[in-house]
Write a protein that binds this ligand. Structure first.
Ligand code: MG
Length: 376
């Protein structure tokens, strides 16, 4: 029996993680849940999974819940997340929060030698050097909850496989793959929010339309698997059946395939290196599948290259790009700017930024804060 803590339990990944846990209830027990302000859903989760600890965003919610559930310890805010990470009696910390709220909790859990199942992008994009250094020092596994990185892990067989030469990260190409730049100029949030393959939150769906998401995934892969950027390639695969590939020294390619479903990477991260039936996703038929693999158009999607370039530069540049992009994407979702204005804002901020070599966590957070304040 493994005890798990889920940070971000009411978000899309958190909910699906609990669906996996429910199916494998003889293997997992929920020690703690943390969420923001969706108290209604949280209560349902409390009643079903019986956690000993629960953390919410604000103190008022924590106090009210404490009156209702006397046997649970309620915590709140970022300190509450840290308290959860400091607990002894858990095995895996599932990080499904958005933004940077969980980074310190992740570092604390690593110091306690707990396994991290990571769905949050910012942790590695912004603080990958710091987090992975600590993970190596403590011999802790960071297991990805993301279809591409999970596919790579499944193909690698073991995290440091010396025979793996190149990582091929697949991208659906997003909703505008077949549109011209002139057409993109006219698009608003409605067009961009229609992702052809995956159902996801609004922010990540827009990041798929600009291909920033794929650039961020390249940065994550660089940190997770310790590969040089030169050996991490993006390949457009519109069918989203192959979730990524690994190329080996003998010229073999291994690919992981299946229907697009987050249950598979979530479950693999929880049960790694074992596999169980768990939630069996819609049956996948290998017959009549046509699989295409195309080169990305870096001129049509310049943010893909910029994102990877920021990763290569390292320091605070990924944080600069991430913050500017997030502010721009929310402006676009709120119909304040047009689609191609996202890249104008991001190119402008990245162009003006001064990099800091080997930044501390505080320096990274400060850069993030300043950009949000300036653009927000
Ligand atoms: Mg992904």
């Amino acid at each position: 029996m493994k005890n798990i803590i889920i940070l971000g339990s009411t978000g899309s990944i958190g909910v699906q993680t609990l669906e996996v846990v429910e199916k494998l209830d003889d293997k997992f027990s929920v020690l703690a849940l943390a969420c923001g302000a969706n108290i209604q859903l949280l209560k349902k989760q409390i009643e079903k999974f019986n956690p000993k600890f629960v953390c919410v965003s604000n103190e008022k919610d924590a106090l009210e819940l404490q009156k209702e559930y006397k046997n649970i310890n309620f915590l709140f805010g970022s300190n509450g997340l840290l308290e959860l990470a400091k607990l002894d009696e858990y095995d895996t910390l599932v990080v499904a929060t958005s933004g940077i709220v969980s980074v310190k909790a992740v570092l604390t859990a690593i110091e306690k030698k707990k396994t991290i199942a990571l769905a949050n992008k910012e942790t590695l994009v912004m603080a990958g050097d710091i987090v992975m250094k600590k993970a190596r020092e403590n011999n802790v596994s960071i297991l990805p909850i993301d279809s591409e990185h999970s596919a790579i892990l499944q193909c690698l067989n073991k995290i440091d496989n010396p025979n793996a030469q190149r990582l091929w990260i697949t991208a659906s190409g997003g909703p505008f793959r077949n549109n011209s730049r002139d057409e993109m100029e006219t698009f608003g949030a409605n067009e961009a929010l229609k992702h052809p393959r995956w159902m996801m939150g609004k922010k990540i769906t827009i990041d798929c339309a600009t291909l920033v998401n794929k650039g961020l995934e390249v940065i994550e892969a660089h940190h997770l698997y310790n590969f040089n950027y030169e050996n991490i390639k993006v390949v457009i695969h519109p069918q989203s059946i192959v979730h990524s590939l690994v190329e080996f020294v003998d010229g073999s390619f291994l690919a992981q395939m299946g229907v697009p479903s987050m249950h598979i990477p979530i479950q693999y991260a929880l049960t790694y290196p074992e596999r169980y039936q768990g939630i069996k996703t819609n049956s996948f038929s290998i017959f009549n599948q046509k699989l295409e693999f195309l080169e990305p158009d870096y001129e049509k999607f310049p943010l893909l290259k910029l994102t990877i370039d920021c990763g290569k530069q390292g320091g605070v540049m990924p944080a600069v790009l991430n913050a500017a992009n997030e502010v721009a994407v929310y402006k676009f979702i709120n119909n304040e700017i047009k689609f191609l204005d996202i890249e104008k804002i991001v190119f402008d901020e990245v162009g003006k930024a001064n990099n800091i070599a080997n930044p501390t966590l505080e320096e990274i957070f400060e850069v993030d804060r300043l950009i949000r304040e300036k653009l927000g």
